[in-house]
Each structure stands twice: as C-alpha cells, then as structure tokens.
Design a protein around this ligand. Structure first.
Ligand code: FES
Length: 374
C-alpha cells in the first residue's frame, strides 16, 4: 500500500549562496564536482527565492555556502528574509566576519550564527582546513557572544579528531557556546572521497559517546551537546532530510533547487532552476521532488518493511553511492542486500595507511581532477 503522506510546504530553506570558500576541508559537504557549477545567481534572483519560499510557507532560512560571507549582498538577503518573517541562520567558518559585518548583520535582523571549528587544537584545525584559521575562529566566537547571538558551535567529527572530543567540549564551554553540535562526518561528497581516513573505529565512537555523556552531566543546562554518530554504525538508516521533499529545500549557488545537497548526482533526475519555474511549482510538481516522496517508488526489502514510513528507506544519495541504485534500500540498513559494503568499510576503519590514499583537500583544482575521474 502506498503510504505517501499529503505534501505540505517546505519548512526550511537553505540558501547555498556560493561554493567559493577560503577553507579546503577534507570533509566538505559541497559536491565534489562543484567547480563545474560555478555560476552564481544574482541578488534579485535570491530575493525572489526568499519571497517565493515564504509565500509557500517556509519559516526558517539558512544561509550557507561555501562561505556565505564571500557574497557582499549577504546583509541585503538577511534583511529581506527577516522582513518576510523567517527565522534566519548563518552557517559560517567565521572567515570574513569582521566587527563591521557583524554590526550590519545584527542590524539586518540575523537571528542565529552557527560557527564551525575543525578541532580544539590549532594544529588539527589548521591541518584539516588547510588554512591558518584557529585564532580567527576564537575571535569570531567572542564577536558572536558580544553581539548577543546565541552561540552554536559545530565541529565535524571523524577519526582524526574524535579522540579530542573531551577538549573540544571544554573549548566550547570556555568560549560560552550555548549549543555544541558534534556532528560525525556523513560519508558524502569530499568525506566520501576521504572515507578511509575519516571513518572512526567502533571503539572510538563508543568512547566519544561516554565522554560526551559525562560532560552532559557536568554541564547540565549551561550548554547543550548534540552528538550524531556516523550512520555506518547504525543498523537502521536515518530518515534523510526528514523525508525526501518533505520539509527541506535547498537552492544551490547556480539556482538549482534540490531536495538535499547532493541530489544533483542522482541519475535520471532533472532539477529545475529558479526562474524556470516558481518554487511552488518546483516543490509540488517537479519530477525531481516527486520521484522519491512517499513509498510508491520502493523496492524490496523496503516495500514490505514495517519501518518504511519511519525512515522512508533512508538516504537516496547513499543508496546510489553504495548500491548503485537510488531506489534501493539505504545500505546502512541491516536488511539491505548489500549491507556488507557498509560492514566492510567499518571493518577497515583505522587500518588504511595514508601513503595508500593521500588525504584529498577540497579545492577547485581537485574538483576538476575528480570530475574527470567519475
Ligand atoms: Fe540526498 Fe540523503 S543526502 S537523500
């Protein structure tokens, strides 16, 4: 039986303003072939996106990138989003957040900033981002506090920093963060290219959970700590994006409207650009947004699974990357016929010598090199 729920509006719009970024993170979630999508839509196009999204019913708007501060119209876009009544959120590395821009963003009505760190040590932070940015991030953290924004710190966790989790939590508490997201890398895009270096071992994940729980007890309500474990260590898949085309919509820098950051890689799907159709038409009527809604597209074992409307078959992008079929069960699921690919990656975690597979840092040159290989 088709369990397709009625389609409601998107609640959350993510405006990926640019793929340009001063950092070169080895786990960047921008598409590996970002260099081929280097066009950026204009300020007027973004203003129309914000207006159409709000008319559609969206209530939250995130501005991300790349580094969104590289767009000098960011303040204009935030002001319009605020005027329209969105709750606004800036996701930034901190590079470019001077006190002048912080004042302008405050005046524009920005509600919330999420600042990323790569680690609690300068060495690993700077190594992983391939930049010297650790002290700058500390300064930006203080600037966020001084402007009265709630401080949300985000640290992507993986094998190279997971054993520092104790010091990462301590650093976040010292900097006065209200929220700390310890988000284990999910293996897409650049993190998938570097998975052999980044996937932690099961013991490391367990230790990280123990350390985090001890800190939660100590901190009480002073700081909330979220720890997301890698889905490779789960036996059931995550409800990716809270369901395909269910609550989330992202607009890529060139105006392509997508149900998730990486959906553009899925074969046989077209995603319209803003300007070709309205956001309302794209959300409700486009083939790209409708293809994996509900359950009518499912194959075995999802089709008859009791949990199909709990996780909606997991992640379409992961199914494509690991099973070669975007309509397959997410291989993270223990019921997937190819679950062994996930088990094999887990069994190898921690054993790959860096000389075999050098770590690939995100850059336009590497993007062009990798897109020739795939
Ligand atoms: Fe694309 Fe999960 S990341 S559906």
């Amino acid at each position: 039986m088709d369990m397709t729920p009625p389609v409601g509006p998107p609640l959350w719009i993510l405006a990926e303003l640019t793929y340009r970024c001063p950092l070169h993170c080895a786990f960047c979630y921008n598409p590996v072939d970002f260099a081929r999508h280097d066009q950026e839509i204009s300020t007027d196009d973004w203003l129309r996106v914000l207006q159409q999204g709000r008319a559609l019913g969206a209530v939250q708007c995130g501005f991300s990138g790349g580094e969104p501060l590289l767009r000098d119209d960011l303040e204009v876009l935030v002001a319009e989003a605020h005027r329209l009544g969105y709750y606004t959120n800036l996701l930034t590395s901190g590079v470019g957040l001077t006190s002048r821009r912080a004042d302008a963003l405050k005046a524009a009505g920005l509600d919330h900033i999420q600042l990323s760190f790569q680690d609690s040590t300068r060495e690993i932070n700077d190594f992983l981002s391939h930049t010297r940015t650790f002290e700058l991030k500390e300064r930006v953290a203080r600037l966020i506090k001084d402007n009265g924004w709630p401080m949300v710190m985000n640290v992507v966790i993986h094998r190279l920093n997971i054993d520092h989790i104790d010091r990462i939590i301590e650093m976040a508490a010292d900097l006065g963060a209200e929220y700390l997201e310890l988000a284990n890398a999910q293996y897409y895009a650049w993190a998938q290219v570097n998975r052999a270096h980044l996937l932690p071992t099961r013991e490391q994940v367990q230790r990280a959970e123990d350390v985090t729980n001890a800190w939660r007890q100590r901190l009480g309500d002073k700081m909330r700590v979220f720890l997301v474990v890698p889905d490779y260590y789960e036996s059931r898949p995550k409800k990716c994006m809270n369901g395909w085309g269910n609550v989330f919509l992202t607009v890529a820098p060139d105006g392509t409207v997508l149900p998730c950051h990486t959906a553009r890689m899925l074969p046989g799907l077209e995603f319209p650009k803003v300007g070709e159709m309205t956001l309302r038409e794209i959300w409700f009527e486009s083939e790209g947004f409708n293809r994996y809604r509900g359950s009518s597209w499912m194959k075995d074992p999802c089709r008859d699974c009791d949990e199909r409307e709990k996780d909606w078959g997991g992640c379409r992008c992961q199914a494509y990357m690991l099973a070669g079929d975007p309509a397959a069960a997410d291989p993270v699921c223990a019921k997937s016929p190819v679950h062994q690919v996930v088990e094999a990656a887990v069994a190898k975690a921690g054993s790959v010598a860096s000389s075999e597979h050098p770590l690939v840092f995100r850059s336009a040159d590497q993007s062009r090199r990798l897109q020739r290989m795939f």
